[in-house]
Design a binder for this molecule. Structure first.
Ligand code: UGA
Length: 459
């Protein structure tokens, strides 16, 4: 506790996704950053300037800031926290079986940090925590000389460094205005919008942002269902709605819905938190239900497209990560979809450009191969789950020659359906009428695949 708090020295607790990207970004701006990580493998990777996760640009940045000495991975809390002006807590808040955020890692990190925290330092909670957590951590800390703020993060996997360097906004909440301002100055430039508020509002800004985006996706997915029933095209509907600047086109891409380490966990945690205050947050319950329905609807398209039985069928799945440009498999739609297809008797061969190692332990019945052309060879149907650019660029004529069947189900509406049907494929997507090809012994007609009703009469 002897060393004075120095804001040029930042301690980040937790070298997970958020902690590591934040630490590397702060070191890039010239701060002296120490990352406290208890996992020896993760710590060793960071110490060598290697990123333990796949994130574009992170390896290069880590190697630069580690070799320049501006970022250090340490094991002991004392080494990380002593003398730091700002201690950023970026440990996990995984969901409990009841859907709450498990705060045990946050509490432990804060307790240990406070033993070494300098007088005048600030503890900034970056982990996503339920409303009231930051204030209550401050109250129980018994350290009047240390301030607590909530410092939510808005990084997207796959473009996290870009988001960190050019944040859309910096939000910091807390009861000590000076501490809030110190933390708010860490990120962004003179033109970055900064919103300074109380910590409960900052906590709800984080949950509200994720829950709103997730609900927006579920809304467009419900619209996609209605498009199928009425014969409309969800891409046109989303384009038209998105042209209204109050709505905007982003997060209106229909498909397999949301996964990842944030949306599923945060939507449930917000819904559970609301419940503790006596509120039933019906909109979130619906968003969750629609999201799981999308996965079943996708599997259903494969099932119906192959005549109602998957027994003994070979299916190729393109893409495993929850979204492109990451190897993150947490809550990835691919897991539910593949397990469901396998439970229905299919033999699944799957591929992904970067997520195979993380997928293997989760998908033990599935054959994983590196080459997409190998994955599709002999397949009765192909299902696209993650919209990696390399799958859009496949030679679909070659794919169809290698397949045994004709059916291609595009769970992200990202493939060129016209080109696939011109090669003789039966192209089925989410929220659009299938591209018809004549019924053949190898594959059913497109209308049989969709089970689509004729368009409703207007008026
Ligand atoms: C999300 C938020 O976008 C970040 O702002 C936030 O900081 C982060 O969670 C977090 O809380 O840490 P991320 O999980 O990386 O970021 O992924 P997104 O790009 O938001 O995508 C989430 C999911 O929604 C993906 O499964 C994606 O495929 C899906 N999605 C996205 C759609 O199905 N349709 C869309 O139009 C957009």
């Amino acid at each position: 506790m002897a060393a004075e708090a120095d804001d040029r020295v930042i301690c980040v607790i937790g070298a997970g996704y958020v902690g590591l990207v934040t630490a590397a970004g702060l070191a890039e701006t010239g701060r002296n950053v120490r990352v406290v990580e208890i996992n020896p493998e993760q710590r060793a990777a960071v110490a060598e300037g290697r990123s333990p996760i796949h994130e574009p640009g992170l390896d290069e940045l880590l190697s630069a800031v580690v070799s320049s000495g501006r970022l250090r991975a340490v094991e002991a809390m004392s080494e990380g926290v002593t003398g730091a002006g700002i201690v950023i807590v970026a440990v996990g808040t995984p969901p409990t079986p009841e859907g709450e955020a498990d705060l045990s890692q946050v509490r432990q990190a804060v307790d240990e940090a406070l033993i070494h925290a300098a007088a005048g330092s600030v503890v900034a909670i970056k982990s996503t925590v339920p409303p009231g957590t930051t204030r209550s951590l401050g109250r129980v800390s018994r350290r009047d000389d240390v301030s607590f703020v909530m410092f939510p993060e808005f990084l997207r996997e796959g473009s996290a460094l870009e988001d960190l360097r050019h944040p859309s906004r910096v939000v910091v909440g807390g009861d000590d205005p000076a501490a809030v301002r110190r933390v708010a100055s860490l990120l962004g430039g003179p033109d970055t919008p900064r919103l300074l508020c109380d910590s409960v509002s900052a906590e709800l800004i984080k949950y509200g942002s994720n829950a709103f985006l997730a609900t927006k996706i579920s809304f467009i997915n419900e619209m996609a269902q209605l498009c199928e029933l009425t014969g409309a095209d969800i891409e046109k509907v989303a384009d038209g709605m998105g042209l209204d600047p109050r709505i905007g086109r982003s997060f209106l891409s229909a498909g397999l819905g949301w996964g990842g380490s944030c949306f599923p966990k945060d939507v449930r945690a917000l819904e559970t938190s609301a419940g503790y205050h006596g509120q039933s947050f019906w909109l979130l319950k619906a968003a969750i239900e629609v999201n799981s329905q999308q996965r079943r609807r996708f599997a259903g398209k494969l099932l119906h497209g192959l005549g109602g039985s998957l027994e003994g069928r070979r299916l190729a799945i393109l893409g495993l990560a929850f979204k492109p440009f990451t190897d993150d498999m947490r809550q990835a739609p691919a897991i539910d979809v593949i397990r469901q297809l396998e439970d229905l008797g299919a033999a699944v061969v799957a591929t992904d450009p970067v997520a195979m190692d993380r997928a293997r332990p989760l998908l033990q019945r599935t054959t994983l191969v590196d080459d997409p052309y190998e994955a599709v060879t002999g397949a009765d149907a192909v299902g696209l789950v993650t919209e990696w650019p390399e799958y859009r660029a496949l030679d679909w004529g070659r794919v169809l020659r290698l397949m045994r069947g004709r059916l291609v189900v595009d769970g992200r509406n990202c493939l060129d359906g016209a080109a696939i049907s011109a090669c003789g494929g039966t192209y089925v997507s989410m929220g659009r009428r299938p591209r018809a090809t004549p019924a053949t012994p190898a594959g059913p007609s497109a209308d049989a695949v969709s089970g689509a009703l004729p368009p409703l009469p207007l008026g």
